[in-house]
Write a new protein. Structure first.
Length: 73
């Protein structure tokens, strides 16, 4: 049995980067939602924080949908 270590390392690296990116996007979305509540309490612009949070969540959903698409096809 031969193991292609280069391919295994490549899959590991791409998986690690994708995981960190997805978690970071979700974290930015959560932070944006908390900033939205904070900005609303201080009288600031909550719309920008809400829009950024929704964009982060939409990108997360798109990445998950793409991953499911890759698994199914």
């Amino acid at each position: 049995m031969n193991i292609d270590w280069a391919a295994l390392g490549s899959v590991f690296g791409v998986s690690l980067v994708a995981t960190v990116a997805l978690v970071s996007l979700f974290t930015l979305g959560v932070v944006g939602m908390t900033k939205q509540e904070s900005a609303a309490a201080q009288g600031g612009s909550a719309a920008l924080a809400r829009t950024g949070a929704y964009a982060c969540f939409a990108l997360c959903a798109g990445a998950v949908a793409y991953g499911i698409y890759l698994i199914v096809t």
